[in-house]
Design a protein around this ligand. Structure first.
Ligand SMILES: [Zn+2]
Length: 192
């Protein structure tokens, strides 16, 4: 059995400080998943946990949100022997499958993502899947850091659960202590 937290720790992926997360909240911890995903060996081992969990679910497509979800969808799909696709931002809270990707009506889809904080990216992918008539069978994530369990209405599997505090900007003790806020590069939105 692999130790997920150890993999993140060894990769230097658990950053401590004062971070602005993609969801707009502040946190003393940032899980920099790309420090892990840069090692194909680690990515393969972590994805294997997701693959093994959903292996009997007759998954036909694996879908993830950009950017970490591209790598995870590829690797889980490779292990399951099915298609792997990704959904891109098309609006403030909207994603779509571009680049010729499509889901056939009734296809069984597994959604994968790296770090689960509020679940907004995953919900956007779920909507993109159901818009095309696909059926969301389950969700697999590397780390579930949500403070309150996020309910998606389908089974959720996380390789690791680590409840990590977040604060709304107006009520953040790190802001109050004048600690500089860092916007991690991997959560930066492209200009425009
Ligand atoms: Zn703050």
């Amino acid at each position: 059995m692999i130790n997920v937290e150890e993999i993140f720790h060894h990769s230097g992926a658990i950053l401590k400080g004062h971070f602005l997360l993609a969801s707009g909240v502040h946190s003393p911890i940032y899980w920099e998943k790309f420090r892990v995903l840069q090692y194909p060996n680690y990515t393969e081992q972590l994805c294997r946990l997701i693959t093994d969990h959903f292996r009997k679910q007759r998954i036909q497509v694996v879908a993830g949100p950009t950017t970490g979800g591209i790598i995870l969808a590829f690797e889980v799909a490779r292990q399951l022997g099915v298609r792997g696709i990704f959904a891109e931002k098309t609006g403030a809270a909207e994603r779509a499958f571009r680049r010729g990707f499509s889901i056939n009506p009734g296809e069984r889809v597994l959604i994968v993502d790296d770090i689960l904080t509020t679940g907004s990216s995953i919900r956007e992918v779920m909507a993109a899947v159901t818009n095309q008539g696909g059926i969301v069978i389950g969700i697999g994530v590397l780390v579930d850091r949500s403070e309150q369990k996020v309910e998606f209405g389908v089974p959720l599997f996380s390789c690791h659960r680590s409840i990590t505090p977040t604060y709304p900007p107006q009520n953040c003790p790190l802001c109050a202590a004048n600690i500089p806020l860092v916007k991690p590069s991997s959560s930066q939105k492209p200009p425009g």
